[in-house]
Design a protein around this ligand. Structure first.
Ligand code: 13P
Length: 251
């Protein structure tokens, strides 16, 4: 079901006591004043348990940042979807451009990861987005369409209905160079159109599509006011409780 969402992607940041403080501050802020959106923190896996403790008592929801494509076995250092499920984790980021770039994750592998998550009742927050040179070559729509065709569009309609999409233009991630609200809206509307073509209009209307890439406390309101932007996947600005809280109340 389409819902407004603000999700923080902490990436590889924060020491343990800092993580506890941050999740505590966010939980307190939203429990004092019920937000209009689902609030998710995607912490490093080491901190999922402490974030999970807060999710039992507050409205905060917890997501992982990565998952193995395997269910169990001799895969040193990996974390499986059944493990996440056993810790009551509701969401997991898949396909982030940093994993595509630094860990060579392909669309085919990302499909398998999303498949493991869905089998374990965890919603993938599936990231797509073009590189700067692809946008400059006016190829961004093709790139995003291909990413979708090679991954999440392989799911049937029921499976796809549990997926959240995040459009993250790679040139906007961590650069301070945000997509304009018009650029974000244009791509989100394009994506929703592709979903309608692949499945149907209802599925398209029910899919949450988040924007990510230098979204912050100053620009969130305008981005979130766009018709097809259902919220944000926030990196740097999710590391400060005050900024993240302001983004949560930007609808
Ligand atoms: P920034 O908000 O730091 O640009 O990061 C966005 C992102 O990668 C979220 O997944």
């Amino acid at each position: 079901m389409r819902q407004k969402i603000v999700a923080g992607n902490w990436k590889m940041n924060k020491l343990f006591h800092e993580a506890e403080d941050l999740v505590g501050a966010i939980a307190n802020a939203i429990d004092d004043n019920e937000p209009d959106c689902e609030v998710i923190v995607c912490t490093p896996s080491l901190y999922l348990e402490v974030a999970g403790d807060y999710s039992e008592e507050s409205q905060i929801r917890v997501g992982a940042q990565n998952v193995s494509e395997h269910d169990s076995g001799a895969y040193t250092g990996e974390i499986s979807a059944p493990m996440l499920s056993s810790m009551a984790i509701d969401y997991c980021i898949v396909g982030h451009s940093e994993r595509r770039k630094y860990f060579g994750e392909s669309d085919a592998l990302l499909f398998q990861k999303a498949e493991r998550l869905l089998e374990n009742d965890i919603s993938p927050i599936f990231c797509i987005g073009e590189l700067l040179e692809e946008r400059e070559a006016n190829n961004h729509f093709n790139v995003v369409e291909e990413q979708l065709n090679n991954s999440v569009f392989k799911f049937n309609k029921d499976e796809f209905s549990n997926i959240i999409l995040a459009y993250e233009p790679v040139w906007a991630i961590g650069t301070g160079k945000t997509a304009t609200p018009e650029q974000a809206q244009e791509m989100h509307a394009f994506i929703r159109g592709l979903i309608a073509k692949k499945y149907d209009k209802e599925t398209a209307e029910n899919t949450s599509i988040l924007y990510g890439g230098s979204c912050n406390a100053e620009n969130a309101k305008e981005l979130f006011s766009q018709k097809d932007v259902d919220g944000g996947l926030i990196g740097g600005a999710s590391l400060k409780a005050k900024d993240f809280t302001k983004i949560i109340y930007s609808f």
